[in-house]
Ligand binder design. Structure first.
Ligand code: FMN
Length: 325
């Protein structure tokens, strides 16, 4: 019965079997999860952010649990571009879902250098531009909070990306996320992903010191979900229509919704809010197979609601009542 439902989606020209990704930094480079879940069932896979040179990341402790979430201050620890090419590309080549390589850096030239080296790799469907990491001293979120800089870095990387899809990952730690989203689109982004984590702090009241060595970390998990749903809906309402009526006729820019997704109903909320696809992050640490379970749950929902294609659901939020005071 569930097989008759079409849950494939078009994502910036990519035809995905379903709208479920795993989010950057929560599934390494695919080999880490291979024993726990079948990544080929997913619509897409996003690697841990890579940088031109290897990074050790921040001092420990760099993770702490919170009510309904966690803080991380990993600081973009990663193996660097050369080791990524030598050790990880062959693993990613075997995946049949759409592979996005997340890219971070300290300068625009760093980002461009990484993307240029990878732009002709068959295994890669696209790049996710991480301009929203809150846990590094240089680069990271500082690129993602100034509209002019967002346009500049996006357009530089877009040139380097060639035919590959360029998705720009947005931070929620800004005054108006739609301004940043528009700046990314102006720079040539093919898709937007939102949200990255919120800068946050946990204090040990015995020592009166922050628990994380970095003092602050990024809050993720169920605690951030309602804010993420709101921000996806805001960008969908305020950015997509402008594009639909302009150069990107017929649908605007696709959004990858991220933030606290654990279940199919969480995923469906994001899709109704305007996401064309969703990514599961922190929940992978609790249940590595949960992204695959979400695919089945989405199918069941569509059957129950007599929805023939998931595309009908994207951005289908009803107006709702706004009472006057
Ligand atoms: C431990 C950890 C590491 C992360 N590393 C990255 C990263 O390298 N690059 C990136 O763009 N986002 C990174 N993220 C952010 C996630 O991709 C995601 O945007 C965020 O956690 C919100 O989704 P969630 O609530 O489902 O986890 C990381 C998140 C966690 C928890």
């Amino acid at each position: 019965m569930t097989e008759t439902v079409d849950i494939s989606v078009d994502f910036a020209g990519l035809k995905l079997a379903n709208p479920v990704f795993v989010a950057s930094g929560t599934c390494g480079y695919a080999d880490e999860l291979a024993d726990f879940t079948d990544l080929n069932q997913l619509g897409g896979f996003i690697t841990k952010s890579i940088t031109l040179k290897p990074r050790k990341g921040n001092a420990t402790p760099r993770i702490v649990e919170t009510d309904s979430g966690m803080l991380n201050a990993i600081g973009l620890a990663n193996i660097g571009l050369d080791a990524f090419i030598q050790e990880k590309l062959s693993i990613l080549e075997k995946l049949t879902c759409a592979v996005f390589v997340s890219v971070a850096g300290e300068t625009i030239d760093d980002y461009v250098a990484v993307v240029q080296r990878l732009a002709t790799e068959q295994a890669i469907a696209g790049f996710e531009l991480n301009i929203s990491c809150p846990n590094v001293a240089k680069g990271g979120i500082s690129f993602g909070t100034e509209p002019a800089q967002v346009t500049e870095i996006t357009s530089a990387v877009k040139k380097a990306a060639g035919e590959k899809v360029l998705m720009v990952k947005l931070s929620p730690c800004v005054t108006d996320i739609s301004v940043i989203a528009r700046a990314a689109v102006e720079g040539g982004a093919d898709a937007l992903s939102l949200i990255n984590t919120f800068t946050a702090m946990v204090i040990d009241i015995e020592t009166r010191k922050p628990v994380l060595a970095n003092r602050t970390g990024g809050l993720s998990g169920p605690a951030i979900k309602p804010v993420a749903v709101y921000l996806v809906n805001k960008v969908y309402n305020e950015v997509t229509p402008l594009l639909a009526s302009g150069k990107r006729q017929g649908g605007g820019i696709p959004i990858l919704g991220i933030g606290g997704i654990r279940t199919a109903s969480d995923a469906i909320e994001f899709i109704i809010a305007g996401a064309s696809a969703i990514a599961v992050g922190t929940a992978n640490f609790i249940e590595p197979g949960c992204a695959v379970k979400i695919i089945e749950g989405i199918k069941k929902y569509c059957v129950r609601k007599e929805i023939k294609s998931i595309k009908e659901l994207i951005g289908s939020l009803e107006q709702g009542q706004i009472d006057s005071p």
